[in-house]
Write a protein that binds this ligand. Structure first.
Ligand SMILES: [Zn+2]
Length: 172
C-alpha cells in the first residue's frame, strides 16, 4: 500500500506539515510526545521513511528501534517498548511507530494484551482474599458476638456481588 503525504499523519509530522512536540531526532527517525500520553514521559519513535508497520521494511524498523534505543538509554529507567501490526493488534496509525512507555511501581498501566478473562480471574482472587480476611477476623470473636455476626454477613454479601473487571481506560 502506498500513502500520499496527505493521507499519512506521521509522514505529515516528519515533513513538518503538521505540528508535533518533538523531543529527539536524527537523520533516520524522530521521537515525539503523542497527543494523549498514557503517563508523563510516554513518547513514540517514528521512522522518517514510511512503512505501514514493523514488517514492512526491516531497515525502516531498524531506524525506529535505533531511535528508541538511543532515547531510552539517554533517559534511563524501566520502559516498555511496544509496536503493533494490524487493527486487531491495536494499531491505529498505519505508519510504523514504537511506543516508549516509562514504567514505575504501581503505575497501574495494563499491557494492551491484558484480557477481560484475566481481569475477571484477578477480581475473583481478590474477592476470595477479602472474604477470607473478613471470616478470619470474624473467627476471633465469640459465635454470638454481634461483631462476628456482622462480619460474617458482610462476607456473605461480598460473595454475592457480581464480579466485574475493573474499568480501565485503554489506548492504542
Ligand atoms: Zn507515513
Amino acid at each position: 500500500m502506498t500513502y500520499t503525504l496527505a493521507a499519512c499523519v506521521f509522514c505529515r509530522i516528519v515533513a513538518k506539515v503538521d505540528p508535533a512536540q518533538q523531543v529527539w531526532q536524527d537523520e533516520r527517525a524522530i521521537v515525539i510526545v503523542p497527543l494523549n500520553p498514557v503517563v508523563p514521559g510516554h513518547v513514540i519513535a517514528i521512522p522518517r521513511r514510511h512503512a505501514d508497520d514493523f514488517t514492512g521494511d526491516w531497515l525502516t524498523t531498524s531506524d525506529a528501534t535505533h531511535a528508541a534505543f538511543q532515547y531510552a538509554r539517554a533517559m534511563g529507567g524501566p520502559f516498555n517498548l511496544i509496536t503493533s501490526k494490524g487493527r486487531e493488534a491495536t494499531q491505529s496509525v498505519f505508519h510504523l511507530h514504537v511506543h516508549l512507555v516509562p514504567r514505575a511501581a504501581g503505575d497501574g498501566l495494563a499491557l494492551p494484551w491484558t484480557s477481560a478473562a484475566a481481569e475477571l480471574r484477578g477480581a475473583q482472587r481478590q474477592r476470595e482474599a477479602d472474604v477470607k480476611g473478613l471470616l478470619d477476623i470474624a473467627s476471633t470473636y465469640r459465635p454470638e458476638s454481634t461483631v462476628r455476626v456482622y462480619l460474617e454477613a458482610s462476607a456473605a454479601r461480598l460473595n454475592e456481588l457480581p464480579l466485574a473487571a475493573s474499568p480501565e481506560e485503554t489506548q492504542p
